[in-house]
Design a protein around this ligand. Sequence first.
Ligand code: MTE
Ligand code: CO
Length: 433
Amino acid sequence: MTKVDDTSSGRPRGNDAAGKARTSRRGFLAGAAGLAAAGAAAPALGNPKNQPPNVADWTKALGDGVATRPYGHPSQFEKEVVRRDVQWLTASRESSVSFTPLHELDGIITPNGLCFERHHSGIAEVDPADYRLMIHGLVDKPLLFTLDDLKRFPRVNKIYFLECAANSGMEWRGAQLNGCQYTHGMVHCVMYTGVPLKVLLEEAGLKSNAKWIMAEGGDAAAMNRSVPMAKALEDCIVAYRMNGEMLRPENGYPARLVVPGWEGNMWVKWLRRIKVGDEPWFTREETSKYTDLLESGKARQFTWVMDAKSVITSPSPQVAKVRKGFTIVSGLAWSGRGTVKRVDVSLDGGRNWREARIDGPVFDKACVRFYYEFDWNGQPLLLQSRAIDSTGYVQPSKDDLRKVRGVNSIYHNNGIQTWHVKADGEVENVEVG
Ligand code: MTE
Ligand code: CO
């Protein structure tokens, strides 16, 4: 696009409330092309031989036939869109985490191959023929289900976010990792297909003193967590599909527990056993881990719900520099207590807030996508977003969160993130006092 054509612009030129001239989107794009010609930083302009009015290489020859790619992959030009890990964070790769590239995604659904993974003892490769789910303990009849058995129960489809309790855990003592993939990438949002846990528990028949379940994984960690019966009966799912296809091994193939709105640790993968009891099991994951040490030396325990949180995914440090003119701020918000009612965006570190536009479906305990469009005049920005959920809860600033939680915590950091957009358009992870 090399010609400035204001008359056909999607947005007219005009003045904003502060009286500053706004540039049109077209003007911005044309300006970018002009800059590039002058040798300033701008996106690669590519090879003119492949651009109109010339005939491109890919038009001159037949492409690959059907089924040459039996399972489709993204374009070769999208190879940077991958999960990444931070090697110094953990001692081994088996007990570690890879992060969702949030800055490269849009909408609310995370593609299966990009969902962050968190394993305590690596990926279990479970043969579905040998897969069994055992339900026992305080039930009338202990049961063993094969995968086919699970598929023969009436099923539900639900879109939920899953956030690791440790998401943003590295940021408690100040800004540390430069990119939303690392600061917020322990979240994903997919559609699950599976059987309501309630249906399976009723099949086994609950004893009158059945108050808790313990869910255990079939991985080398045999990771296990206690879940109160009320939650187990309310909305938990034994899921075997994500986004239509079978779960990926990384995410618990062939079946995992879905615990909507609650910390990711409870979503036991490679689910092999559910024991019904009358009290919690106080497993490692709910005593030494996944508790929140306070300033007083006491720790909060059983802090299951993931409170409302949001992050601006673009602009953000891993994305190309921001350029003057029409700018789209885009991000994700979610709440473990219900739906996201509103998202606000600040350009000045939280002094002034403007309502963002939520676009796309809004589901209970799922991510929503928000946008805020404005014309950037090159003045440095302190970009923030805050989510407000259906309970009226407002995502807190990091300072407000620290007043209650101190800085000893690892888990449940849902404080407001700040991105500093510098005059040259570079973006950095910072904190405002
Ligand atoms: N289940 C088992 N069996 N083993 C594990 O290591 N990790 C838990 C949970 N379920 C884990 C598990 C943690 S801490 C999180 S955050 C989620 O799985 C991550 O799910 P994902 O890998 O699908 O993103
Ligand atoms: Co986790």
